[in-house]
Write a protein that binds this ligand. Structure first.
Ligand SMILES: Cc1cc2nc3c(=O)[nH]c(=O)nc-3n(C[C@H](O)[C@H](O)[C@H](O)COP(=O)(O)O)c2cc1C
Length: 662
């Protein structure tokens, strides 16, 4: 498929950054997705994951963060806990560190890209001052004393020397995202009255000390830069102007070759912006910083998922380098596709944040943890895919029933391998639940995934038939060798008295425009992810008066900490009351009776025109069971939520794996 001609002149222009030449402007900023067996370790899985982006055309590979050591008390082991880590024996002191890292760097160099390593001190047991750092958590750190500051500053230089020995092209000192250096920069977190605290210049002392120490050790053998948060977005934190003042002080030290800037923190106003944010919403900070530190190049990142947006940012003078990190998780090949004009083939990141949610939940290394992407089934399984992916030896006729995420992935992978594939979809459009999800405010990015799959179906000559309700006989008449039943799920209906009343509707039908909804709406939820808030938001956006009644202690308690802030802000902005710990006991006209989840006591509310249920869904596997009973299809699969309704990543992975197997 040839695409509209966009020549991306700026995006693919090389750039000199200190002593190195970056082949183009596309950057994988550091993302500790946990690709290796241990956090940040450059083993085969790590190399496969990150070097795939280099081979896919990304010029700057930021890999994963290297967590430095800290003087934890003798009796304390390494301390890893959600969002932070303190380590006694860090990665860079491991015996094979230089050798393993060199192998990774070589793989990046073989692809023509540069390898930049981030040095991070993410120790929330010690900080500039004893104040809580991540507001989502309540622990309070020790205040660092002079000797510990000295120890820590030196670890940056030690680690940088090891990285240079491994042929690293760049070193980035992480001064954003609630890392230790940021606790010094932040007026909210740095309450010191000694030389490390005080005015903006004094608060930069810790950072300039690190930079000077690193520069002394590595000379000009690698590019040296900092990652900063341009606006803290926390109470009492610094704003853009104060950061510009601090950056000017840091730049005066003449130690930096680049500045990598973003906005936000790791909870309410996140730097890993979910789909509710505009593309490059905080772009103005890039332009401001660029004028301050010129000629030092500026890297800007934050929800740039499309090469067209990236080219615009460069053209508008926002930055010199563009972070496109989740873009590369969703599609490691996106840069090559852009350069070759194959824009319609790019699988654009939908900013669902499953990748960061998964990596944060798995701060403790586990044999079961793998990186996850909702729409790219290969992520975290690169080696497995390399071993299993083969062109079909004997092309077979594959019938996929259901054109949601799971079915489309069966079709895509099977067709790509050379099978003849038919997709049968009951609805007039492909997409299934992804299409429904995309209707909620701030979730239109989900349509990008359907767009990608539709383009793939065309490209791979898949016979797609929409608006067809098929029977068992219809399927058998197609004489399939393989049938994949990706028939999805149906909303769960509890046996609560009054549930059959006409004013009780399902959340999915609301999003689908099929439900008749009155003015005052009770959204009753037994669901903990995005579905309930998105449906309530959709209703309120359409002018309804909405209240949410949720089963447990908090709404959306399975939403990651990078997404929950914008979700709750939207609900607050719509004035939607949220009642928690409420279990629906009975519906009697406009009155609803609830039982408290905690005390068992009853209460009732009145005056609702419509009750919207968000109770999860149950598998729709009827067709599968019929086909199994007939027994005439050679290979029969039950896929996606027709097997078990879970999240999008589980559906795409399941579908893709079946596509590999047929
Ligand atoms: C899974 C994951 C892990 C991340 N880990 C880090 C990290 O260790 N250090 C860091 O500076 N940023 C980290 N980030 C933030 C990214 O570098 C980037 O700023 C963010 O994803 C927004 O850019 P994007 O919209 O291009 O993805 C992480 C992001 C993701 C998705």
């Amino acid at each position: 498929m040839t695409a509209p001609s966009a020549n991306f002149e700026r995006l693919f222009a090389p750039l000199d950054v200190g002593p190195i030449r970056v082949p183009n402007r596309i950057c994988e900023t550091t993302n500790s997705i946990g690709a290796g067996a241990m956090p940040g370790i450059s083993d085969d899985a790590f190399t496969e994951h990150h070097a795939a982006k280099a081979r896919g055309g990304t010029g700057w590979i930021g890999g994963e963060t290297i967590v430095l050591n800290s003087p934890v008390p003798d009796e304390a082991a390494d301390e890893f806990f959600p969002g932070a880590g303190a380590t006694r024996f860090p990665l860079y002191l491991m015996p094979d560190f230089v050798e393993n890292t060199t192998t990774f760097v070589s793989a990046v160099h073989d692809a023509g890209s540069v390898a930049v390593f981030q040095l991070t001190h993410l120790n929330h047991t010690m900080a500039a001052s004893s104040v809580p750092i991540v507001e989502a958590y309540d622990w309070i750190p020790h205040e660092l004393d002079e000797s510990r500051i000295e120890f820590i500053v030196n670890t940056y230089a030690d680690a940088a020397a090891q990285l240079v020995a491994a042929d690293a092209d760049g070193i980035e000192i992480h001064c954003a995202h609630e890392t230790l250096p940021q606790t010094f920069l932040s007026p909210a977190l740095n309450r010191r009255t000694d030389r490390w605290g005080g005015d903006a210049r004094s608060r930069t002392r810790f950072v300039t000390e690190i930079l000077t120490r690193v520069r002394e050790r590595i000379g000009n053998s690698a590019a040296l830069g900092i990652r900063i948060c341009a606006r803290e977005e926390r109470e009492g934190g610094y704003g853009l102007l104060e950061m510009r003042e601090m950056l000017t002080c840091i730049a005066e030290s003449e130690t930096i070759d680049f500045v990598n800037a973003d906005v936000g923190h790791s909870w309410g106003a996140p730097y890993v912006q979910p789909s509710y944010y505009e593309h490059a919403e905080h772009r103005e900070v890039g332009r401001a910083i660029r004028t301050d530190v010129a000629p030092v190049p500026v890297l800007f990142s934050g929800r740039v998922n499309d090469p067209v947006v990236a080219e615009d940012l460069l053209a508008a003078g926002v930055c010199d380098l563009v972070g496109m990190t989740r873009a590369g998780i969703a599609d490691p090949e996106f840069a090559n596709k852009a350069r070759e004009g194959r824009l319609a083939e790019i699988r654009r990141c939908i900013a669902c944040n499953r990748c960061i949610a998964e990596s944060i939940d798995n701060t403790t290394p586990s044999m079961f943890h793998k990186p996850v992407c909702s729409i790219n089934p290969v992520i975290g399984r690169e080696i497995e895919w390399k071993m299993l992916y083969r062109p079909a030896t004997e092309p077979r006729r594959v019938v996929v029933v259901g054109g949601g995420a799971a079915g489309l992935e069966v079709a895509r992978v099977a067709a790509e391998r050379g099978h003849e594939v038919v997709v049968l979809e009951r609805k007039a459009e492909l997409g299934g639940q992804v299409r429904l999800a995309s209707r909620a405010p701030g979730r239109d990015a989900f349509e990008d995934f359907i767009y990608y799959e539709e383009n793939q179906m065309k490209l791979l000559d898949v016979d797609v038939r929409v608006g067809v309700e098929v029977s068992l006989a219809d399927i058998l008449a197609l004489e399939p060798d393989v049938v994949a039943c990706a028939t999805g799920s149906v909303p769960r209906l509890p046996d609560t008295p009054g549930i059959d009343a006409p004013h009780v509707v399902q959340g999915w039908d609301v999003l689908d425009g099929r439900a008749d909804v009155g003015e005052r709406v009770a959204v009753v939820s037994q669901e903990d992810h995005f579905e309930t808030p998105n449906i309530a938001d959709f209703l309120a956006t359409n002018g309804k008066h909405v209240e949410i009644f949720h089963k447990w202690t908090a709404l959306g308690n399975q939403i990651d900490r990078y997404s929950i802030g914008p979700v709750m802000r939207r609900l607050a902005g719509q004035g939607i009351p949220i009642h928690t710990g409420m279990r629906l006991a009975e519906i009697d006209g406009s009155a609803l009776a609830f039982t408290s989840a905690f005390t068992g006591e009853s209460c009732s509310v009145n005056g609702f025109d419509t009750v919207v249920l968000v109770y999860g869904s149950v598998p729709d596997d009827l067709l599968y069971r019929q086909l199994r009973d007939v027994g005439s299809v050679d290979r029969l699969f039950l896929v996606g939520s027709a097997w078990v309704p879970r999240r999008l990543a589980e559906a795409t992975q399941h579908g893709a794996r079946v596509g590999l197997e047929v």
